[in-house]
Design a protein around this ligand. Structure first.
Ligand code: ADP
Length: 250
């Protein structure tokens, strides 16, 4: 898709090109337990992003020299499929994928009781099937659901969302074109219960006031994401409960 003709990201009526208000999230769908073989998995559709997360572990670390004596190692591979972008993405890991793998591992680690599993590894595999801006936030959000699905003891979930600046206005959850043509992007991740920020990155420029406004808006976005995550977990466990009751009846 060519974006050459797009010069304005806000319409005359103040709405965004996809008709969202400044503080509106894209539509979001989450599903837990989508893979048979991984220990835990989840899938998210966040706007036009489609992302799957799979967890293996806690399991033995290979190579063994990486193992930690006092806690589990949390390792992540964030990968974009060659068909996840407008033009075929080269399959070899890019610097961006290496960076995102590292920041995602660091941002989810605080919720895991890693001290319960010394000398083991928890492997997180993220496959971006389609991307349209904000994949790191969507990836973090779906990863915490996959960790829960793997039965790994968690202190909380990680909920992530970005705010940014388009045509001089602070907005929530930028899509691909807004990310590309906008002035600034502030993706954050929080642990909603104790409000710890586990990821904060920034691209572009904000004034001090704009930064505060964007941060507060992104936190509000994370809280909305947290509600959707909890609902997805509740829905999954109602299904598990019903299935268990059926087996017991038989
Ligand atoms: P995020 O996905 O977290 O917003 P970026 O800001 O780095 O991360 O990327 C913004 C968007 O740019 C991505 O969601 C994706 O749609 C697109 N993008 C990223 N890398 C590539 C690439 N190698 N080729 C084409 N598009 C890309």
């Amino acid at each position: 898709m060519s974006n050459k003709k797009i010069t304005k990201l806000l319409k005359k009526n103040g709405l965004r090109l996809d008709n969202r208000k400044f503080d509106e999230l894209r539509s979001i769908k989450m599903e837990i337990g989508v893979l048979e073989k991984a220990n835990g998995s989840a899938y998210i559709e966040w706007g036009k992003n489609k992302i799957i997360a799979a967890i293996y572990g806690p399991r033995e670390v290979h190579p063994r020299r990486l193992s930690l004596t006092d806690k589990a190692l949390v390792r992540c591979r964030y990968h974009m499929t060659p068909f996840s972008t407008d033009e075929r993405k080269r399959p070899a890991p890019s610097r961006r994928e290496v960076e995102l793998s590292k920041v995602i591992a660091t941002a989810v680690e605080p919720i895991i009781f890693t001290e319960f599993y010394p000398r083991t590894v928890i492997d997180i595999f993220i496959e971006v099937l389609e991307s349209d801006g904000g994949t790191r936030c969507a990836a973090l959000t779906v990863t915490s659901l996959a960790l829960a699905d793997a039965g790994i003891p968690l202190k909380d979930l990680v909920a992530a969302c970005a705010a940014g600046k388009i045509d001089g206005k602070i907005v929530l959850d930028m899509n691909g074109i807004e990310d590309q043509l906008g002035e600034a992007d502030l993706p954050i991740a929080i642990t909603p219960r104790n409000k710890e920020i586990t990821l904060l990155q920034m691209d572009g420029t904000f004034t001090k006031e704009e930064f505060k406004k964007a941060l507060n808006l992104a936190i509000e976005g994370c809280e909305k994401i947290y509600d959707i995550q909890k609902e997805a977990l509740r829905k999954e466990y109602i299904i598990v409960k019903e299935e268990t009751e059926k087996i017991e009846e038989e």
